[in-house]
Design a protein around this ligand. Structure first.
Ligand code: CA
Length: 378
């Protein structure tokens, strides 16, 4: 079997036609760090990190000497080598995103070398399609936000989505009005989730759940600071709205802290940041032991989305019943040419779900011409 011959990083970026914002930040471009790991027989795998692209690139370069010349099929051992190398400096945070990107590329490469889709390597698919929900409904600078949110949400329903997630975090009163408008626009049969991106103190989050409880909220995501485990637990005790979080957690030990605090009903590891598919499987096992649902955060290119599809295709529904509620993958619908153009195939929902790729590896590839164009300095 071949050995790892080359590891290349690509920071790709594209300016957006229309900036958008959430409670913490405004985006006017989308930028991501991809990695390609190539074996000496020419077979390659793609990976992606979630977070500051230039920092992730530096992290990948830090780990590269550990990997060159090694057996890509021993990806678990390579994960451990990176983990041990980074432990003194980056137990949590962006160094884990660099490990994630490499780990994902190694799973893709392994699948291609063994002629098997990643879902098969992960234990075999429980489902051939994965339910998705639309993430959008961000803020912008223009007047008339509430009407625009209502129209946008209705548009997702028209596209076949059965669930949508909207941003909150503008203040309790404004949020409550926006949630009511979106609920009215989508009707009662569509699931509606809210996400504040840790905008609130416990007192504010509590006030918001009181105001929106009548609108049948599927979950409240990142209601308070990711460091406020006690606030998470307290809010969760006081509301019947399920509490979700975890996109800022890293590694199985980060999620152990979240679960030990009884902070969430739904864990949301980002597989391109939490430690990759290797660590994602451990987090899923830990969540299973705590009877916590896993619904990955996913906000990148088609590589990240394919990772989520393969991962969720192998997740068991707990505790198990004949008519079980299927797991959900986040499907970002905001403007993103890196997702829509750079990678193939283009994933589109049909009936609220997306087919899991069946080609070897992740089943996604990167357009070479666009990769060169999007990698130009900006
Ligand atoms: Ca989120």
């Amino acid at each position: 079997m071949p050995n790892i011959a080359r590891i290349e990083t690509f920071v790709v970026s594209q300016r957006l036609q229309k900036p958008f914002s959430y409670s913490q930040w405004e985006y006017d471009r989308r930028t991501v760090c991809l990695v390609r790991v190539t074996a000496d027989d020419g077979t390659y795998g793609w990976g992606e990190g979630y977070g500051p692209a230039g920092v992730i690139r530096a992290g990948i370069e830090f780990f590269t000497p550990l990997l060159l010349g090694r057996d890509p099929l021993a990806n678990g051992a390579l994960w451990q080598a990176m983990h041990v190398r980074g432990l003194d400096f980056g137990r949590r945070g962006v160094l884990l995103a660099a490990i994630s990107a490499i780990d994902i590329a190694l799973w893709d490469l392994k699948g291609k070398l063994l002629h098997a889709p990643v879902s098969v390597l992960l234990g075999g698919p429980r489902r051939s399609r994965v339910n998705v929900y639309a993430t959008g409904l961000y803020f912008d600078r223009e007047p008339g936000l509430r009407d625009r949110l209502a129209r946008e949400a209705a548009g997702y329903v028209a596209q076949g989505f059965r669930a949508v997630k909207m941003k909150v975090g503008l203040g309790v009163e404004e949020d409550a009005g926006n949630v009511a408008a979106v609920r009215a626009a989508i009707g009662q049969d569509i699931q509606l989730m809210i996400d504040s991106n840790h905008a609130y103190l416990l007192t504010e989050a509590r006030a918001l759940v009181d105001r929106v409880a009548e609108h049948d909220i599927g979950w409240f995501e990142e209601p308070v600071s990711p460091d406020d485990y006690a606030g998470y637990r307290e809010l969760r005790r006081q509301t019947r709205i399920p509490i979700a979080g975890g996109e800022c957690e890293y590694g199985v030990h980060g999620f152990q802290q979240l679960f030990a605090a009884e902070a969430v009903d739904i864990a949301q590891p980002d597989l391109c940041a939490c430690g990759g598919l290797t660590e994602g499987q451990r987090i899923a096992a830990l969540a299973r032991a705590h009877f916590v649902e896993v619904t990955p955060h996913c906000w990148g290119t088609g590589i990240a989305f394919a990772v989520g599809l393969h991962f969720l295709s192998t997740i068991d529904v707990l505790p198990g019943r004949r008519r079980a509620r299927e797991p959900f993958l986040e499907m970002d619908r905001t403007e993103n040419p890196l997702r829509d153009l750079l990678t193939t195939p283009r994933f589109s929902p049909e009936g609220g779900s997306v087919a899991v790729p069946t080609a070897p590896g992740l089943g996604v590839d990167v357009d070479a011409a666009l990769l060169a164009e999007y990698s130009k300095p900006f």
